[in-house]
Design a protein around this ligand. Structure first.
Ligand SMILES: Nc1ncnc2c1ncn2[C@@H]1O[C@H](COP(=O)(O)OP(=O)(O)OP(=O)(O)O)[C@@H](O)[C@H]1O
Ligand SMILES: [Mg+2]
Length: 605
């Protein structure tokens, strides 16, 4: 056995194998270099998903010809001033990225520092060419051509152009979120795929961050999120967390940054799940962008070849900080929401009883104005004229909390009984022979739609229902493309949609079974589903997931008033449908109390 040193070229290719996995990894390294160089704007262009060309230009500090020569040498870096790996304050620190990229592609770097001429250095499959002058206005321009031409095995593992671009866009967006003071663009050679201006000076750092987050995560997020600001043992947590009502099917929109570095960390996912667990259904995930600032000595960034993971000296502190910070913000939000609800109710009450008001309050005045709004409205409802007009002007818009019905004539011998009332527009109360049943109308209907859809699909008998007004749903470009790939499959399921420009789809027909559904929410969730379904799997193979998503959006939402016939129809169908006792999330759809239970409640037994 003879031990020999590997040639530099091969050493670099081995390093590249770890650092540069796909075009997006090269984009990440180059954009990080531009950020470390103090750039104010960074432009990225990819051709053929980055296979043919990756171009990254910046207006940062630039490099002298000497520095250019060193930059492509392995383990040459300007970023570890005291050779101290426990004190990394830049994104780069190993001096490994450029030689790695140069060993597996045709790399050319043009650069100039202020007040000097530009120079260019080229590396081809690890072979470094002589420096030559290159005209350049400012900063640095890096071109990577024919990535992996020197390592064909790696080339084979690349996915479609679109997938590779999506990864690159995601990479740029993550870095952009952590650096709102820098302008970013990324284009696929024909169109800009993401662009975000630097807005720091317009509204202060916080305004700039929220605007940047809105560019990446959508305006919904900016409008429905809570400010997070917490500190513990010298570790600071800032950022934004979505209200529980804004939720998605995947954890894709949970972003974590440690000292300005985007990282993926199970610690985050677990901590966020813990903080939201009382507010979200199983299988739903919140949207968050959290920024942790921590003494660099307390976190090791040198644990992952692509620097995508970090290790904390004390993970418990960071976890506790995230859970505590989120819970605190959510608790404050809950309080705020409940006071506004109370204010509205009081406001409605006052407007009816205001002294000198010309409103004819009719018989209800006999209560001396001390009757609660809900009761007053219920009474009005009960005595209301048959044509549906209200006897109290101005009260039509405020729905009563209880819809009282005339006594039921329906047969109480059905297992789920005869509907008597709807409470809070959410619960149906039915009288049975033995007691009473309370049904959660949303949960029950969701289950019924799910079962009906599965039966209809199995027999190939899905009817569509055209939307009066086709609905345009805005989505990110990757989601639009994922949906667009499966238009035929969706049509078979009764959902007719089309691509509508790069960032939207238009929905023309929905499965008739869904009735009045929340089309935009449905399409967004289906797009999320698709991101988890492999491209080789057909929708039919994942029918349960798709049906469940559709059923959830097609269901009678809590908060919809049902008349007695509708309620009884729902009860009768539940009796005939398998698994109708629980909704698709495993919660019960109804609760039954028999008379003995009720008597016990009142101490009669
Ligand atoms: N866009 C740029 N502008 C100015 N200098 C740059 C730029 N890109 C690279 N450099 C210089 O080249 C050196 C080598 O870059 P390279 O990415 O290979 O290593 P690094 O950033 O130091 O560490 P890492 O391997 O962790 O990324 C950097 O330390 C920096 O001095
Ligand atoms: Mg670098």
């Amino acid at each position: 056995m003879k031990i020999r040193r590997l040639p530099e070229n091969i050493v670099n290719q081995i390093a590249a194998g770890e650092v540069i996995e796909r075009p997006a990894s090269a984009v990440k390294e180059l954009v990080e270099n531009a950020i470390d160089a103090g750039a104010g704007r960074i432009d990225v262009v990819l051709r053929d998903g980055g296979r043919a060309l990756i171009l990254v230009s910046d207006d940062g500090s630039g490099m002298t010809p000497d520095e250019l020569g060193l930059a492509v040498e392995r383990h040459a870096t300007s970023k570890l001033p005291n050779n101290d790996l426990t004190h990394v304050v830049t994104l780069g620190f190993r001096g490994e990225a450029l030689p790695s990229i140069g060993s597996v592609s045709r790399l050319s770097i043009s650069s100039r520092v202020a007040g000097a001429d530009g120079w260019k250095i080229c590396v081809e499959g690890g072979h470094v060419h002589a420096l030559q002058p290159a005209p350049l206005d400012y900063g640095t321009r890096v071109e990577v051509r024919d990535l992996f031409y020197a390592t064909p095995a790696r080339l084979k593992f690349l996915k479609t152009e679109r997938t590779e671009i999506d990864h690159a866009v995601d990479t740029v967006q993550r870095l952009a979120m952590a650096h709102p003071g820098i302008a970013f663009t990324i284009s696929d050679g024909e169109r800009e795929r993401f662009t975000s201006a630097a807005t720091e000076d317009l509204g202060g750092a916080e305004g700039a961050l929220l605007r940047r987050l809105a560019d990446v995560m959508g305006r919904d997020f900016a409008e429905n999120s809570l400010t997070i600001d917490a500190e513990r043992d010298g570790v600071r947590l800032t950022g934004y967390a979505g209200l529980p009502t804004l939720n998605r099917k995947t954890t894709k929109h949970q972003y974590l940054f440690i000292n300005g570095r985007p990282v993926r960390d199970r610690l985050l996912t677990g901590a966020v799940r813990g903080a939201y667990q009382d507010f979200l259904a199983r299988g739903r995930h919140s949207l968050v962008a959290l920024f942790v600032e921590i003494d660099p000595e307390l976190v090791d960034v040198n644990v992952h070849p692509a620097k995508a993971e970090v290790r904390f000296r004390d993970p418990g502190v960071v976890r506790g900080l995230i859970v505590g910070g989120l819970r605190h913000a959510l608790a404050e939000a809950g309080h705020r929401a409940s006071t506004t609800v109370a204010d509205t109710a009081l406001g409605a009450f006052r407007s009816v009883n205001a002294p000198g008001s010309s409103t004819d309050y009719g018989g209800a005045r006999g209560f001396g104005g001390r009757v609660s709004t809900g009761l007053a409205e219920a009474a009005v409802q009960y005595f209301a004229p048959r044509d549906g007009s209200s006897v109290i002007p101005g009260l039509e818009s405020a729905p009563p909390a209880v819809a009282i019905m005339e006594p039921s004539t329906e047969d109480t011998s059905f297992p789920l009984g005869a509907a008597q009332a709807q409470l809070h527009e959410t619960y149906i109360v039915a009288q049975t022979a033995q007691g009473l049943v309370i049904v959660d109308q949303h949960a029950a209907h969701e289950r019924l739609v799910y079962e009906r859809m599965k039966t209809a699909l199995a027999s190939g008998a899905v009817t569509c229902q055209g939307l009066l007004l086709p609905e345009v749903v805005d989505l990110d470009e990757a989601s639009v493309n994922r949906l667009a790939d499966r238009l035929d499959e969706f049509a078979e399921l009764g959902l007719v949609l089309e691509k509508f420009g790069p960032g939207a789809v238009v929905v023309r027909e929905v499965p008739a079974l869904l009735g009045q559904s929340d089309v935009a929410g449905l399409v967004r969730d289906l797009a999320d589903d698709l991101s988890e379904i492999g491209t080789t799997q057909s929708l039919k193979e994942r029918l349960d997931d798709v049906c469940s998503t559709m059923a959830c959006h097609g269901s009678v939402r809590a908060g919809r008033r049902l008349n007695r016939d509708e309620m009884n129809a729902l009860l009768r169908e539940m009796e005939m449908t398998p698994h109708a006792g629980q909704c698709n999330h495993g919660r019960p759809t109804y609760v039954e109390l028999n008379l003995t239970d009720i008597e016990r409640l009142f101490g009669r037994r």
